[in-house]
Design a protein around this ligand. Structure first.
Ligand SMILES: [Zn+2]
Length: 481
C-alpha cells in the first residue's frame, strides 16, 4: 500500500486536503462491492474511487489494508451530562474515531436524561466544542426522567432531531407505556429502541444463569428474561400497527438464541422489527467471568455445546473480573454462537457496541455490586475481525453490519455519512482505512475512551485503524503510521 496524507501536520478536525491510498482492498457496502482498488481524497471530497483489475490488482487481498465506508454505531453511552469522570462527549467521539466510527448514536440515560430538547442542545454544544468531526446523533428518552411512568415529549424530541426513542439502561417497564410509546413514535416514523429485559426475572442478577454462575455462586440472569421481553414487545407492536402503520420496533443488544429466533419469526411474518447485537455477546462468553479468555467459537465442542473451562484448562485469568460484568450478561457459548449466526444470516441488522464506559471506582467493587458495562467502541472492529479470521464471518458482512445495516435501521434520520452512502465519488469523504493484518494491543494508553473497563485489556486484536475520515475531516490517525 502507498499512503499519502497531506504531509503529516493535519490535526483532528482539519479538512483532509489530500489522502491517497493505493493497492488497498475497498469495501463499499452500499454498492455491495469489494475488491482491489485505490482512492483519492482532495479537499475533504472523495474525488476518485478506482477499482483495479488484472495485473494492477495482483497481490491485493482482504487481509491487508482495507478502505471501508465510515462506521455507524446505533448504541453508545457518552455519559455527558452527569458522569464526565466516566466519559465526555469529546473523549467518546475520539474513542469512536479510533474504532473506525464516523457516526454514533448516544443513548438518553445521562443525568439528566435526554427527555427534552434542552439536553440535546447541551450534548450538541459539547460535540461542537470537542472539534471532532464524528457525527453525533441522539436518542431521546421514552419516559420523563426514564422513570417509566409518563411519556416524554416525543414530538418535541423528534423536532429536535431524535433518531430513536429509548429508556435504555432499563426496559420500558409498563406494557401500557410501551404501547403508547410505539404508537406515538410510530406516528413520528421513529423507531423505538428497546432494551429487552423482564426486571422481575432478572432482579438481583449478577451473571448469565447457568453452569458458570452456579459454580461461581453468582445469581443468574435467565435467558427467559430477554426472550419474554422480546416477545412482549413484538406482541405490543402487533397491537399498535393498525393505528400506527409506521411503528417500528428495534431490539438492541440481543444476546440469546431464543430472542433472536423470535426476531427471525417476526421478520418472516413481515413485521417492522429490527435488532442489533454487540461484539462482546458474539465474541465473549460467561466463562470469561470464571477466568477463561478464549473466543466464543473456541468454547464450543464438536457438537456445538459449551465446553467446561474447569475441565479443559481454559482458565487463565482471575475469576470475578468486573470488566466482564455487563447487562445483558455474557452468555453461554451456545447463545454466543446463535448471536453470531443471527449476524451472519441477517436476522441481526447491525452490530452496535453498547459502549458503556465506567470509572474505576464504579468497577472496583464486589462482582454483584460493580457497574454493568464494557467500554467497547474501540474494540468492536477487532472482535469482528477475530471472527473473520476464524472464518466465522465474512469481512463484507462485518462491514455491512457496521454501515448500511445500522443506517437502514435509522432510515431517513441516518444522516449522509459513509454508513448510509458508501464510497461515493464526489461526496465528502467518510471512510476508515485499516490494516487487517496488523494487530494492536488493547492497553489503557491505547484507548481514547476514559472507560478502560474492558476484559480485552492486554489482548492483541487484529485490524489496526490507520486513518478515520469523517465528513471530509480527519477524525483519527494512527500515531505510529
Ligand atoms: Zn441496554
Amino acid at each position: 500500500m502507498a499512503e499519502t496524507v497531506n504531509a503529516g501536520q493535519v490535526r483532528v478536525g482539519d479538512r483532509v486536503a489530500r489522502l491517497e491510498i493505493s493497492g488497498a482492498w475497498l469495501v463499499d457496502p452500499v454498492a455491495g462491492r469489494e475488491g482491489p482498488g485505490e482512492i483519492v481524497v482532495r479537499d475533504g471530497v472523495l474525488e476518485a474511487v478506482t477499482w483495479l483489475e488484472g495485473a494492477d490488482a495482483e497481490g491485493v487481498g482482504p487481509g491487508g489494508v482495507v478502505v471501508a465506508a465510515g462506521f455507524l454505531d446505533l448504541h453508545v453511552h457518552l455519559r455527558e451530562p452527569g458522569n464526565e469522570d466516566a466519559e465526555t462527549v469529546a473523549s467518546g467521539l475520539a474513542a469512536a474515531a479510533h474504532g473506525g466510527f464516523t457516526t454514533v448514536c448516544a443513548m438518553a440515560n445521562t443525568t439528566p436524561a435526554a427527555d427534552e430538547p434542552g439536553v440535546f442542545a447541551r450534548v450538541r454544544a459539547a460535540a461542537a466544542a470537542s472539534g471532532s468531526p464524528v457525527e453525533l446523533l441522539l436518542h431521546g428518552a421514552v419516559t420523563v426522567g426514564r422513570g417509566g411512568e409518563r411519556l416524554a415529549a416525543l414530538g418535541e424530541l423528534a423536532d429536535a432531531g431524535a433518531v430513536g426513542f429509548s429508556d435504555d439502561g432499563s426496559p420500558v417497564q409498563s406494557a401500557v407505556i410501551l404501547r403508547n410509546a410505539l404508537l406515538y413514535a410510530g406516528m413520528l416514523g421513529i423507531p423505538l429502541f428497546e432494551h429487552a429485559e423482564d426486571p422481575v426475572l432478572t432482579a438481583g442478577a449478577e451473571a448469565n444463569e447457568g453452569y458458570v454462575a452456579t459454580v461461581l455462586g453468582l445469581k443468574g440472569w435467565p435467558v427467559a428474561g430477554e426472550v419474554a421481553a422480546v416477545e412482549r414487545a413484538i406482541a405490543v407492536l402487533v397491537a399498535v400497527l393498525p393505528d400506527a402503520p409506521r411503528a417500528r420496533l428495534h431490539l438492541t443488544h440481543l444476546s440469546t438464541a431464543g430472542a433472536l429466533d423470535a426476531v427471525r419469526r417476526a421478520k418472516a411474518a413481515g413485521l417492522p422489527v429490527t435488532c442489533d447485537v454487540t461484539p462482546h455477546h458474539l465474541g465473549l462468553t460467561d466463562e470469561w467471568v470464571a477466568g477463561a479468555r478464549r473466543w466464543a467459537w473456541e468454547a464450543l465442542d464438536g457438537d456445538g455445546a459449551a465446553r467446561d473451562p474447569w475441565a479443559d484448562g481454559a482458565l487463565v485469568a482471575h475469576p470475578y473480573a468486573t470488566a466482564c460484568k455487563v447487562n445483558p450478561p455474557l452468555r453461554a457459548a451456545e447463545d454466543a454462537a446463535a448471536v453470531l449466526a443471527a449476524l451472519v444470516d441477517g436476522t441481526a441488522d447491525a452490530v452496535a457496541t453498547d459502549h458503556a464506559p465506567h470509572t474505576q471506582v464504579d468497577k472496583e467493587a464486589e462482582f454483584g455490586l460493580a457497574a454493568n458495562g464494557i467500554s467497547g467502541v474501540e474494540t468492536a472492529l477487532g472482535v469482528l475481525l477475530a471472527a473473520v479470521g476464524a472464518r466465522r464471518l465474512t469481512l463484507a458482512r462485518a462491514i455491512e453490519a457496521l454501515t448500511v445495516g445500522p443506517a437502514r435501521v435509522l432510515g431517513a434520520r441516518a444522516g449522509g455519512r459513509g454508513g448510509a452512502r458508501g464510497l461515493t465519488e464526489g461526496a465528502p469523504a467518510d471512510l476508515v482505512v485499516l490494516d487487517v493484518g496488523a494487530a494492536w494491543t488493547v492497553s489503557p494508553e491505547a484507548l481514547a475512551s476514559r472507560g478502560r473497563n474492558t476484559p480485552l485489556l492486554g489482548r492483541d486484536l487484529p485490524g489496526r485503524v490507520l486513518v478515520t475520515v469523517a465528513g471530509g475531516r480527519l477524525a483519527y490517525r494512527d500515531p505510529e503510521a
